[in-house]
Design a protein around this ligand. Structure first.
Ligand code: PLP
Length: 395
């Protein structure tokens, strides 16, 4: 009896990103394009504000929903930057990263037997968290539509059991965003069938070229949208663990009930730092965005130059590289590249079966490292194409 653990968990495997990275641990001279993390330290003014908070003894719990002043800052930011209006008192909840936001929103929303549509390839947390509620993930394969979920495919997947749809744009792992015309068509489907959109907009600030448009900003969509965002990527604050949910009160109050019992609140020091980020550090975000964009351009150009097809991503910090011409599975490509040439990437299949034939490379890495990684990938590709492993410095 004691060892009769939660049975749903038996059907859930460990994140394939992590599983793959067990191979990297302890390895020397490895260039990692694997972890999806900004390579900047958090901007100094934000760190300084946190230090100052500690000096002033601001070390207590906050309200379960999070500091009102931070919620007000988020409300103003969402209004001025993305044209989305949320009441800081009732429609915003501060979470421990977007990760906790996804978990408690799904738990607040879903009953066993419900269905949630998830376009794949997709960031890894949705499927397992949907499963843990007893609901079912219904997958849409976006590989035939340039990794952009189409309104038609979403509508075709809707059944009487459909409760929601997950969107993530710019996407992890593909970097693709959703063109506004398609996003509007998706919004029409969502409204027509009166389902929820769980919109993960964590990479909104890291959009290159086309400005980011939130689905929540469309006429009549606020009532159907749970918008998730956070500070990890845009402000290089992964370790601070601050995210937020913007949604109708019906969702926020229920999610807050779970948050209250399982987390109580997000660290006050991190919340104070996040407030400083929104109020005084948006210019730092622009600088980091510019830097990522330069590296994106360099990396895509170089990969295309060695015969690996890659569409420059619209946003985020990943290239989803087409390796089908090489004749190896995504998994074998990643393992052999790591073992023989010491470059870590993530197989596309970590993000769903339809990621086969692709690898995810994070380009938030120093330019000199990126150049060395490209040179190693080039040698690897050449060795596979030539049918012999080039014996050399890397192996
Ligand atoms: N959502 C997406 C799409 C992500 O890529 C990540 C992290 O990689 C997260 C959520 C988790 O972010 P957080 O650090 O805010 O929990």
């Amino acid at each position: 009896m004691k060892n009769d653990f939660n049975r749903i968990l038996e059907g859930i495997s460990k994140s394939k990103i992590r599983e793959f990275f067990d191979l990297v641990i302890g390895a020397e001279d490895v260039i990692s394009l694997g972890v999806g993390e900004p390579d900047f330290a958090t901007p100094w003014t934000i760190r300084e504000e946190a230090i100052y908070a500690l000096e002033r003894g601001r070390t207590t719990y906050t309200s379960n929903q999070g500091l009102l002043s931070l919620r007000e800052a988020i409300s103003e930011y969402m209004r001025s930057r993305f044209d989305c209006a949320y009441d800081p008192k009732e429609e915003i909840l501060i979470t421990n990263g977007v990760s906790e936001g996804v978990d408690i929103v799904l738990r607040a929303m879903l009953n066993p037997g419900d269905e949630v549509i998830v376009p794949e390839p997709m960031y890894v947390c949705y499927g397992p968290l949907i499963k843990m509620t007893g609901a079912t993930q219904v997958t849409i394969d976006t590989s035939g539509t340039g990794f952009v979920p189409s309104a038609a495919a979403i509508e075709a997947a809707i059944t009487p059991k459909t409760k929601g749809l997950v969107l993530c744009y710019p996407n992890n792992p593909t970097g693709m965003s959703i063109p506004e015309s398609e996003l509007r068509a998706i919004a029409d489907v969502v409204k027509r069938h009166d389902i929820w959109v769980i919109s993960d907009e964590i990479y909104a600030e890291l959009s290159y070229g086309v400005p980011f448009v939130s689905i929540a900003s469309f006429e009549g969509m606020k009532e159907n949208t749970v918008l998730l965002s956070g500070f990890s990527k845009s402000f290089a604050m992964t370790g601070w663990r601050v995210g937020y949910i913007c949604a109708p009160e019906s969702i926020v109050s229920r999610a807050c009930k779970i948050h209250q019992y399982s987390a109580l609140c997000t660290s006050i020091i991190s919340q104070i730092a996040a407030e400083e980020a929104l109020q005084n550090s948006l210019s730092e975000v622009s600088k980091m965005r510019w830097s990522y964009q330069q590296r994106r351009n360099l990396f895509c150009q170089a990969l295309n130059g060695i015969g690996l097809k890659v569409t420059p991503p619209d946003g985020a910090i990943y290239c989803f590289v087409d390796i089908r011409a090489i004749g190896l599975s995504s998994h074998d490509f990643a393992v052999q590249l790591l073992q023989q040439y010491k470059v870590a990437v993530v197989p596309g299949t970590a993000f769903g079966e339809c990621g086969e034939g692709f690898i995810r490379c994070c380009f938030a890495t120093e330019i000199s490292e990126l150049k060395e990684a490209i040179s190693r990938i080039s040698d690897f590709v050449e060795s596979v194409r030539g049918g012999v492993k080039k014996v050399g410095k890397r192996a």
